[in-house]
Design a protein around this ligand. Structure first.
Ligand code: HEC
Ligand code: HEC
Ligand code: HEC
Length: 435
């Protein structure tokens, strides 16, 4: 413990020094008069609306129950909570007096209008790749939203990590400013998908592991990471789902929240879909492009021919538990879960996720499985309107652990999960208050 905090002090001192040496503050950009909404073209506003949806800006810039873009949503980081700013054009509490130049600097460099450095919880490391035209369209869209007067809570980052020069030191180490570069070896659709995924949707923000200072590990892009006590699985070949994430499955999952051969999306993946890619303003072609990009990254093409066999194999395990009276774990499963998760035939029904196909059972850790069982699946997670009950109040840690061990044993060929009961109790301790 002492050693770790000593290291932390050295790191903080080092970052701060870097920041001071390289001039930590940028100049403020002069405020302008609030732009007249009529000065933006309808075309630019409409384009900005699509980009804002793909980038799910609203999800981090709206507190629960609050006005869109008026800020106050708390982004959890290992260092504290950082609240999304009010980005409505309110002159006092929002960005109403920001020039396009100030907005573009924030998006491309992570610097606020007053010259202070923004925390990387605002994904400017992604937005730096946005084209100037797209930043202009986002500006047009935001500047034509209704202004809302709302002050955002102060972040809870403790001293000395909240010193602005530290953000500069961090940037010197981990941030490279620069626009997206087209890969000429790939198709236009692939490049569109890569651009949207990297520069706007920031898929890596959750699916790429971070180092101790909160920066994405560039050599492990999309290798999977833990975010808000859930696992955002690998989006590379290392993804453990029995059926590869093909273009079709990715398209369906990102567009609707559920893929028939993979199951439902939950947790922080839900806003990426519901407040983003599932919105009707986003054209199918953009979601398709993202699916094309990731099905190339995970080399689904090489495994596409196995989809039928993998699906059949999984469905064959579906009835296990229904007749094994002497296995108490099977009985527990049969009593609580089987009726909704049982498939016959060769392909699972859309409303009956086949558990053998879900990454919740094949991931190296049981985290997502435990989360789903304790919290259930709400009607906005996964397929709209479909729910699974929460079992937090009806099952003990030991019972959830038994279900996890039983399903892992009978539905997958992976090694058993260890220390299950403690892991269930750890997830339970961190559940949102409603459970
Ligand atoms: C993952 C969460 C997240 C997403 C998604 C997100 N933001 Fe933010 N944004 C933040 C946070 C947190 C801050 C405040 C950072 C700070 O206080 O240092 C912020 C700050 C900003 C600021 C600076 C405001 C100021 O007063 O300095 C702008 C501008 C902004 N965001 C625009 C956008 C736009 C446009 C999008 C969509 C393309 C977007 N954000 C998406 C989390 C997010
Ligand atoms: C009332 C029906 C019902 C019961 C009972 C039920 N589930 Fe579910 N479960 C669902 C539905 C429906 C979904 C998908 C929800 C969606 O798409 O919105 C789901 C999703 C899941 C998922 C998420 C992964 C995926 O593939 O979508 C897991 C894991 C899971 N259930 C496990 C269980 C376990 C274990 C039990 C018993 C403790 C159980 N379920 C009981 C209906 C049920
Ligand atoms: C805010 C965090 C966050 C962002 C941003 C995000 N994801 Fe996710 N993603 C998650 C989490 C958490 C899960 C696990 C959810 C679950 O199992 O219900 C997940 C699950 C997935 C899965 C299912 C993987 C599996 O094997 O079950 C896919 C595919 C996926 N995300 C793709 C994407 C793509 C593509 C993007 C960018 C367009 C993206 N994600 C952006 C957090 C995020």
């Amino acid at each position: 413990m002492i050693r770790r905090s000593a290291i932390a002090v050295i790191v903080v001192a080092f970052l701060g020094l870097l920041g001071f040496v390289f001039l930590s503050r940028r100049p403020a950009i002069a405020p302008i008069e609030r732009p007249n909404p009529a000065s933006f073209t309808a075309e630019s506003i409409a384009k900005g609306e699509v980009l804002s949806a793909v980038g799910h800006c609203v999800s981090c810039h709206t507190r629960p129950g609050g006005q869109p873009f008026a800020g106050g949503y708390g982004v959890n980081t290992p260092f504290g909570i950082i609240y999304g700013s009010n980005i409505t054009p309110d002159p006092k509490t929002g960005i109403g007096l920001w020039s396009l130049e100030a907005f573009a600097r924030a998006m491309h460099e992570g610097v606020s209008q007053d010259g202070s450095h923004l925390f990387a919880a605002f994904p400017y490391n992604a937005y730096t790749e946005l084209s100037d035209d797209d930043v202009t369209a986002l500006y047009a869209y935001l500047m034509t939203r209704p202004p809302v007067s709302a002050t955002v809570p102060r972040n809870t980052i403790p001293f000395p990590l909240n010193i602005s020069s530290l953000q500069e030191g961090w940037k010197i180490l981990f941030f490279r400013s620069g626009r997206y570069r087209t890969d000429p070896a790939k198709s236009a659709e692939w490049n569109r998908g890569a651009y949207l995924a990297e520069a706007l949707s920031d898929c890596g923000g959750c699916h790429t592991p971070r180092n101790a200072l909160g920066a994405e590990k560039v050599r492990e892009t999309y290798a999977g990471a833990v975010i808000d006590n859930w696992i955002a699985p690998a989006l590379t070949e290392a993804n453990p789902s029995p059926v590869a994430w093909t273009q079709e499955e990715l398209f369906s999952y990102l567009r609707t929240g559920v893929g028939r051969m993979h199951g439902a999306a939950g947790a922080t993946m839900t806003p990426v879909i519901r407040e983003g890619l599932a919105l009707s303003v986003v054209p199918d072609s953009d979601v398709r492009a993202i699916a094309i990009y990731f099905s190339d990254i995970d080399h689904a093409g090489a495994r596409e021919s196995d989809v039928g066999a993998a699906t059949r194999g999984a469905v064959e395990t579906s009835s296990l538990g229904s007749g094994q009276e002497y296995d108490p774990d099977a009985n527990l499963y049969a009593a609580a879960c089987l009726s909704c998760h049982y498939n016959t035939g060769t392909v699972p029904l859309a409303a009956r996720p086949e558990l053998a196909l879900s990454s919740a059972l094949t991931l190296p850790e049981p985290t997502n499985f435990i989360q789903v069982v304790l919290q259930g699946v709400s009607n906005t997670d996964g397929a709209l309107g479909l729910v699974m009950p929460a079992y937090a109040s009806s099952f003990t840690d030991a019972e959830v652990a038994r279900l996890a061990a039983y399903l892992r044993r009978t539905r997958t060929t992976r090694p058993p999960w260890t220390d299950l009961e403690n892991k269930v109790s750890a997830v339970r301790r961190e559940l949102p208050a409603s459970h």
